[in-house]
Write a protein that binds this ligand. Structure first.
Ligand SMILES: Cc1cc2nc3c(=O)[nH]c(=O)nc-3n(C[C@H](O)[C@H](O)[C@H](O)COP(=O)(O)O)c2cc1C
Ligand SMILES: Nc1ncnc2c1ncn2[C@@H]1O[C@H](COP(=O)(O)OP(=O)(O)OP(=O)(O)O)[C@@H](O)[C@H]1O
Length: 252
């Protein structure tokens, strides 16, 4: 069996290159927040196991190799920066003494290496389109519906208030063009002017089937979060956002 090993948070273009070449991928889990836990399966079902870094970080390189042997791997595929064992003491040369090893050179877009930490920086800066390009898929978070202030449907536009059910990495505060459970939508992330609470809220632009579980895909950053003293001004601004999003989807 051929396996590949790594953090695989994001299941980005670089990760997928390795995963597609292998029969299975072994995750070393370290605070992943782009594709936490079993979210990875959505992008590839060949997940072999999840090893928690907390539990294995003190193993020597040789002890880690003993674990790999238990998975019955003959061949291992890794990127050229792969290190393992306590203090990252094990390298590819050592791995080659025990397994057949295929090394994949760093995959880049416009000369920038594709890495989870870089993708997080893009998402944090609201550069969602670029993040999606590096991911090779659309960034999404999942959550459940919670009760809102009840103000949206009465005074503004109706929204679904969502609380993520994992520690997803949240995009920069602001308004995004999104798809929510597959429906065209517009999503606000940030501190609301109305009650000063942090919230994630989606206004769906078409008829939709209600649910208690929602998945938000981030397509494009529309604007920064604005503090509004006046509810009418907020309503006018959201109306403009909706027009922009509707136009976006017309050409999508
Ligand atoms: C598309 C959209 C854009 C929004 N933009 C802002 C904003 O710029 N500033 C802000 O304070 N709240 C913004 N909100 C959030 C509203 O304040 C929020 O929907 C309102 O407080 C109603 O909350 P409720 O759904 O809990 O009743 C936005 C909401 C939507 C749907
Ligand atoms: N851009 C890439 N091209 C080729 N291989 C990669 C690339 N990114 C990661 N890999 C390889 O994929 C495996 C998983 O890597 P890892 O989880 O460390 O990814 P990463 O995106 O570099 O993460 P981080 O940004 O946290 O360092 C490793 O074997 C790694 O060398």
């Amino acid at each position: 069996m051929t396996i590949t090993i790594g953090g695989f948070d994001g299941m980005h273009i670089g990760h997928m290159k390795l995963i597609r070449k292998a029969d299975a991928y072994l995750v070393i889990e370290k605070n992943s927040n782009l594709t936490p836990g079993f979210d990875r399966i959505y992008y590839s079902p060949t997940l072999l196991d999840i090893l928690y870094l907390e539990k294995i970080k003190n193993l020597s390189a040789i002890e880690f190799i003993e674990i790999l042997k238990k998975y019955n791997a003959q061949k291992i595929i890794v990127g050229d920066d792969f290190r393992f064992g306590k203090n990252r003491s094990g390298d590819i040369e050592l791995l080659k003494k025990f397994f057949e090893v295929e090394v994949i050179h760093e995959i880049k877009i416009n000369n920038i290496g594709i890495h989870s930490h870089y993708i997080r920086t893009l998402i944090k800066n609201g550069e969602i389109k670029k993040a999606n390009k590096f991911l090779g898929h659309i960034y999404k978070i999942k959550g459940i519906k919670i009760k809102g202030q009840g103000l949206g449907s009465k005074e503004l536009f109706p929204t679904i208030n969502i609380t993520p059910f994992k520690n997803y990495f949240l995009p920069k505060a602001g308004v995004y063009i999104t798809k929510t459970n597959g429906y065209q939508s517009i999503t606000f992330i940030g501190t609301r002017s109305t009650d000063k609470n942090f919230s994630i809220e989606t206004h769906i632009l078409e008829d939709f089937e209600d649910n208690s579980f929602f998945e938000i895909e981030f397509l494009e950053f529309l604007r920064e979060n604005i503090y509004f003293r006046n509810l009418n001004q907020l309503k006018n601004q959201i109306a403009v956002d909706i027009i922009k999003a509707t136009n976006f989807f017309r050409n999508y």
